[in-house]
Design a protein around this ligand. Structure first.
Ligand code: 13P
Ligand code: SF4
Length: 333
């Protein structure tokens, strides 16, 4: 919190978006800075299209972690949210990891405060702890294995059938994994604010007007939305499905940023964002969308805001993340 206040203070003194010369070609400047500083830009599919277009690598949480672990860049600029940049720092602790906006958080990570999860974990002493990567570094440090939406099912399946498991923080992904694997998981009651806003009624009506459209959903969606889906998967999975499937129309039940890449890869196909309920205007993640091209430029230029973590948290959190990466590599994911 203190660090954020200091950064805001610094912004006032000349590091703000408004201070950028409007005649600057930000794309060219970012490219130049990347070369000078041996920096790499990793971007999540939920970022603005213009950020995705300048990234060296765009991917889902698993792909981004794999890239962060293997890059030989000196600086990683993480165009995503805080827990993703933290994961990159944990995997590459000697590198400088930058996040364009330090306030780019995650409602799902926030739904699981570490001190409460610690108590929860203590009430299940014989259980193994699997945490979805969308959580704080402190939570990862309390976990046995981390997972992402693209490997959660396989990670649970890789464990002995009689192994008791706590799964957190996403109750929707947890319920989906429990259903797919037939395992009785103890779930933390957390959720993502974006994936819980879809309206089953409106999606059903939309489908009546687009009878040939396939419905694609992220497993962070609620069960009643997943029931409507032709395909359920991570953002990379959704993108691949839309590219490989013969259908030409798709209703997309996840954050709308993914549609940028879907349209780029499939210019002849139509992608319709799944309608949210009446309380929301769109499917944008307010945290992901805090990052802008201007903030990306400033963070690379000024080499801040930087992600820092205590050494003991890094030492503990790296183990469950590496365990995930090892299982994923064995499974060819
Ligand atoms: P994936 O890109 O791993 O599917 O994750 C989605 C998400 O909600 C990231 O915040
Ligand atoms: Fe977190 Fe949901 Fe935003 Fe992903 S889409 S960063 S889970 S709030």
């Amino acid at each position: 919190m203190l660090e954020m206040d200091i950064l805001e203070e610094i912004n006032i003194k000349g590091f703000a978006e408004e201070d950028i010369d409007p005649t600057l070609d930000l794309y060219a400047e970012i490219e130049k800075l990347k070369q000078q500083k041996n920096a790499v830009i990793l971007a999540h599919y939920y970022q603005e299209g213009e950020i995705q277009d300048i990234a060296d690598y765009i991917g889902d949480s698993l792909g981004l972690s794999q890239q962060a672990a293997k890059t030989d860049a000196d600086i990683i600029v993480f165009a995503g949210v805080h827990f993703m940049a933290e994961t990159a720092k944990i995997l590459s602790p000697t590198k400088k990891v930058l996040l364009p906006d330090l306030k780019a958080g995650c409602s799902l990570a926030d739904s699981c405060p570490p001190h409460l999860f610690k108590k929860f974990k203590e009430s299940y002493p014989d259980h193994l702890v699997i945490t979805y990567v969308n959580c704080t570094a402190e939570l990862k440090a309390m976990s046995d294995i981390v997972c992402t939406s693209s490997n959660a099912v396989q990670i649970v399946e890789s464990l002995p059938a009689d192994q008791q498991i706590i799964f957190g923080p996403d109750r929707n992904l947890g319920a989906y994994v429990a259903k797919k694997t037939g395992r009785d998981l103890v779930l933390w009651n957390g959720a993502c604010m974006v994936h819980e806003i879809f309206s089953r009624e409106k999606i059903t009506k939309l489908k009546e007007r687009h009878t040939n459209a396939k419905i694609l959903a992220h497993p962070e969606c609620e069960e009643h939305i997943l029931q409507l889906a032709d395909y359920i998967g991570s953002t990379t999975g959704i993108l691949k499905y839309a590219t490989n499937d013969a259908a030409t129309e798709f209703i997309v039940a996840t954050e709308a940023g993914i549609i940028h890449q879907m349209e780029k890869d499939n210019p002849t196909k139509t992608f319709i964002p799944a309608p949210p309920n009446n309380t929301c205007a769109c499917n944008d993640c307010p945290h992901m969308k805090r990052n802008t091209l201007e903030k990306l430029y400033l963070c690379l230029k000024n080499e801040m805001p930087e992600i820092t973590l205590p050494a003991d948290i890094i030492a503990k959190a790296v183990k469950p993340i590496e365990r995930m990466l090892d299982i994923s590599a064995q499974l060819g994911l």
